[in-house]
Design a protein around this ligand. Sequence first.
Ligand code: AMP
Ligand code: ZN
Length: 483
Amino acid sequence: MRLYDTLTRSVLPLFASDGKRLRFYACGPTVYGPAHIGNFRTFSLVDVLRRTSEVAGLNPFYVRNITDVDDKTIKGSAKDGVPLTAFTEKWTKKFHEDCARLNLIAPDVEPRATTHIAEQVAIVEKLLAKGYAYVGGDGSVYYKVAAFKDYGKLSHFHPEELVTQETNSAGKANAADEYDRDHVADFALWKAAKDEDGQVRWEGPKDPASGTPIIGRPGWHLECSAMSAKYLGESFDLHAGGEDLCFPHHENEIAQSEAANGVPFARHWMHCVHLLAEGKKMSKSLGNFYTLADLLEKGFDARAVKYLLVSVHYRAQLNFTLDSVKGAESAMRRLDKAVNALCAKAGVDRAAFEGDALPRASAEEVAKTSFAPALDSLFDDLNTAAALGAMWEALKNEKSAADAKAELAALKTILYALGIQPIPAKDEAPASDIPEEVKALAEARWEAKKAKDWAKADTLRKELTAKGWTILDRKDGFDLKKN
Ligand code: AMP
Ligand code: ZN
């Protein structure tokens, strides 16, 4: 499997440097409100990376953080009049619900900034001791960018350019910055407590001058350096995020980690290009700022949203429009029909295809089927657009009965790698049209199935059939269809 690397600006092989697991980190959400579809474009593509690297046999170990302390979370909790933890907990829960609806596999570890303060303080103390940090005029600790010779290696920006940019845009260097920091490019590692932070404060690194801990909170960049090292090691295989994070966030992560630890940080960097909505940058005032909840409310299916989000290569710009979600919905219904047709040809029950009864084909097995080009495209810099094109092409081709089962298992692998799910093609009966007794029978059958009481489940299914209803199993529930 190969993937573009922002650091070297070339497509490089992806591999587990310890020979066991592909250790990778993605910057997670700041939990102060609902994540928007732009955030989910990045998280969905990272999910495709997670899934595809598993299919490639790289045995991924995936860490994604939760930013639960920063200016926005503090402001939001103060506005709602609730403690910071209650506030961020609410939005973390909503984020997880959206992730589940979008069929995103949970990371192996999902650490939160506020429960890793000690690890962050330790980095600041190391940087102070090594001369990469200093206490500024406002009592906060700053990173001394000039001390780190590799600063700018990821984004190809240099501190000197930043001075020029800042001086040009503001007319002159900002006076407050001059007072607090030695250089405009220097960034806060630890922010001294301010009144507006309320109770959000911890004992921080010791001030080298007085030996007393500085009360305050971590700067935003610090958490990712601390938590990636804790769960993945000081050097690890890959770091991912949206393109806006490349500078300054990721540049600062590199500066902090490499100066503190003296070893290379992430070896390989993946950045997802930001999406546009209705042709423009998303903004609340333009009315093109969509959350998943907004789209569900408009009657769209999360499975269509997911298909659309992964349909464009992560290094190309996706223009997300409501019309294209409609198109995605009909594509996912077409996919459902194609899966049913292939199931019928292979003599495989649809429930077996959805469940564990039909295992996914291995990469080697896929290579022997008509879905080989789809997997090849994913292995080649995660080209989801080409993979989907190849998948539709393969579905068009007539399969022989002898090959159908292997083809079906291969299709299952492709759908798994992309994390997409068909939408039942039949016209689903609105819940209100289903008679109560039918609903009750279907519920009872689902319970029996969950309890692995196959005989009872079978009997109940037959009763449903006799009443003119078909039950279609999904992974997490069922749909009812009138015959
Ligand atoms: P945040 O919660 O703002 O820290 O963002 C979470 C993730 O979403 C980061 O990786 C961002 O780079 C990414 N992101 C933010 N806006 C967009 C967008 N319009 N398109 C794609 N990714 C985005
Ligand atoms: Zn980060």
